[in-house]
Write a protein that binds this ligand. Structure first.
Ligand code: ZN
Ligand code: ZN
Length: 119
């Protein structure tokens, strides 16, 4: 049993149905969901004090998926999330290039809010 309390901000949302119709989305999504486990396994093997660069594996797979959605599924990218500081900043005169704004919003589709806000 998993005794950890579940914080809604940490929950992985269920990806939208259209993602499962796209082979690239499915592959990238699987890579991304596997990344934390791969990293955990590396930690378990290497023990503490060894830098396995965990955030790099997790972040890079998320970036690849969000870039893919922003460019190939542009019409599916959600509107700005009023509960997300990054989205709100973009809407109210942010300086981010349009491509990065779309990539960030794309992350809302598949990543927990706690992670979306970081990128
Ligand atoms: Zn796709
Ligand atoms: Zn956002």
């Amino acid at each position: 049993m998993d005794a950890r309390p579940t914080d809604p901000a940490e929950e992985w949302p269920l990806p939208p149905v259209w993602m499962f119709d796209c082979r690239v989305c499915v592959e990238l999504y699987k890579d991304m969901k596997r990344a934390p486990e791969v990293v955990d396994a590396a930690f378990a093997e290497g023990g503490p004090g060894v830098d396995h660069d965990p955030m790099d594996a997790i972040v890079s797979t998320q970036i690849r998926l969000s870039q893919h959605i922003a460019t190939r599924h542009t019409e599916e990218v959600p509107e700005a999330d009023s509960g997300c500081e990054r989205c709100v900043t973009d809407v109210t005169g942010g300086q981010m290039p349009r491509a990065l704004v779309l990539e960030h919003r794309a992350r809302h589709l598949f990543a927990p809010p706690s992670i979306v806000g970081l990128m």
